[in-house]
Design a protein around this ligand. Structure first.
Ligand SMILES: [Zn+2]
Length: 240
């Protein structure tokens, strides 16, 4: 009953008034059409901002996780197994993945009159432990001071077998010294090492670890890349 009453009421509206209502309806439609792109834009912006916020937060969380696992600026590294090591010269063992590239690099440098000498390759966590604690006490240094020049045991790239300390055979006084950066050997390495998949591990931007121009690491195999994944992410962040 009520319904028929309502219909009657609508029909009862005079024609002029009905036209006015239709016009108003059209105006409203136009307004909605005009405003809707702004609404879409506004909502897209909000969605974009929220997504970005979540992304940044996830990245921060990952960074926090990483810095949690690092010790005095050094990342943790597992010791490689004996089966993966090869002997390249007296006292120098390296990961079999990098041995060929390393020897090739040395041979190619020699052809250009540059004599690279290998100072230290694989180091077990046990040996790293001895180096870290004995030198710390000999030099009367606290752990954080020692960590600037030597990684704590379990945190050395040398444990992976993919790190090598290199010197200049004609400038042995520069072994393990920053002065090594002024040798022909270092200049040659800087210009050529990447061709053999070697890169400098501790550059001048590092806040916790001193610059080590003699310390290079191999990134030419999947296993090596996996070992240095966290470190490379950190380096990328620092360079951004
Ligand atoms: Zn080293």
């Amino acid at each position: 009953m009520k319904k028929t009453h309502e219909i009657k009421e609508v029909i009862d509206i005079p024609l002029a008034e009905r036209r006015y209502l239709v016009k108003e309806k059209l105006k409203l439609k136009k307004r909605i059409l005009f405003i809707s792109p702004f609404f879409i834009l506004f909502f897209s912006f909000i969605t974009f901002t929220i997504k970005n916020y979540l992304k940044i937060n996830t990245a921060n969380l990952e960074n926090a996780k990483e810095s949690d696992s690092s010790l005095l600026g050094h990342l943790p590294y597992k010791e490689t197994t004996k089966e993966k090591l090869v002997f390249i010269e007296p006292h120098i063992w390296v990961h079999k993945d990098m041995s060929q590239a390393l020897l090739q690099m040395q041979a190619d440098a020699k052809k250009e009159g540059v004599f690279l000498v290998f100072l230290s390759g694989f180091r077990s966590i046990k040996l790293q432990d001895e180096i870290f604690y004995s030198l710390k006490s000999i030099r009367n240094q606290i752990a954080s001071e020692r960590a600037r020049v030597s990684a704590p045991p379990g945190y050395s790239e040398h444990s992976t077998g993919f790190a090598i300390d290199i010197g200049d055979a004609n400038r042995r006084e520069t072994d393990f010294e920053v002065e090594f950066e002024n040798t022909i050997a270092f200049r040659w390495l800087k210009n050529n090492a990447a061709k053999y998949h070697f890169r400098l591990s501790f550059n001048k931007n590092n806040q916790n670890v001193d610059y080590e121009p003699w310390h290079w690491r191999y990134e030419g195999s999947i296993e090596a890349l996996k070992a240095f994944e966290a470190s490379n992410r950190k380096l990328k962040m620092l360079s951004n």
